[in-house]
Design a protein around this ligand. Structure first.
Ligand code: CTP
Ligand code: MG
Length: 231
């Protein structure tokens, strides 16, 4: 099932504290941005990549795309103030509103093609689907430094990207959010407000978002593990 993917890459990487967009940091000599793009470049089902970038990164990103032979880029769009704005700008470049569109953080380089395919299949049936993993920690609600409640863990999921939707559904969700000045931390939260059902595809714990400096140690370990096991 073919799909297009919007990749928001227009952040500043403030929590990484690298003094530049964290996506330019390298893992085994290759920029994080390229690790992520290579997954979609290699997936025959992916018909096009829409990349949202910060204009100040444009020259550097363009030369990396050339250097690493990334050919599937169908649009380069300007990112916005919030991640949601960057995704919206990407959505404006989607070819067909009948098709499936994925949104995937550039900062998650370890997504597996198998998970992407499971997600796309679910989204094509139901209109909306997200990748998530069961929460491992015990989660408590608190107020004023005191425990208010222990939340039943079996119903909790830690949500990742990619998230996949029929493009028309995602556009409707964004338009409603814009009208109502709602800002969410993921696409699903916008789609849920339509309301439109969103199903969950279980992914894996490797699909981390590289956010703070210690995540780079985990990333090196994941790459090493994959090299050793050959998958
Ligand atoms: N992103 C984006 N546009 C924004 C903010 C974020 O395209 N205005 C992208 C980032 O480049 C990243 C993804 O959204 O690939 C997830 O965001 P996050 O991990 O928060 O990255 P940053 O915003 O760059 O980091 P920070 O919040 O620490 O500044
Ligand atoms: Mg951010």
């Amino acid at each position: 099932m073919p799909y297009q993917v919007i990749i928001p890459a227009a952040g500043q990487g403030k929590r990484m504290g690298a003094g530049k967009n964290k996506l330019l940091l390298t893992l085994e000599g290759v920029p994080i941005l390229i690790h992520t793009l290579r997954v979609f470049e290699a997936d025959a089902e992916c018909s096009g990549i829409i990349l949202a970038i910060n204009p100040s990164d444009e020259q550097q990103f363009k030369s990396l795309l050339k250097e690493y032979d990334i050919h599937k880029l169908s649009s380069l769009v300007t990112g916005g103030k919030e991640r949601q704005d960057s995704v919206y700008n990407g959505l404006m470049a989607v070819h067909s509103l009948d098709g499936i569109v994925l949104v995937h953080d550039a900062a998650r380089p370890f997504i597996r093609i198998e998970t992407i395919h499971n997600l796309v299949e679910a989204a094509s049936k139901e209109g909306g689907s997200i990748v998530a993993v069961p929460v491992k920690d015990t989660i408590k609600k608190a107020a004023n430094g005191r425990v208010a409640e222990t939340v039943e863990r079996s119903s909790l999921w830690s949500v990742q990207t990619p998230q996949a939707f029929r493009a028309s559904v995602l556009l409707e969700a964004h338009n409603k959010a814009m009208r109502e000045q709602f800002v969410g931390t993921d696409e699903s939260s916008l789609v849920e407000r339509i309301p439109h059902p969103v199903s969950i595809i279980e992914g894996d714990y490797d699909n981390i978002k590289l956010t703070t400096p210690e995540d780079l140690y985990f990333a090196e370990a994941i790459l090493r593990k994959r090299k050793e096991s050959g998958v």
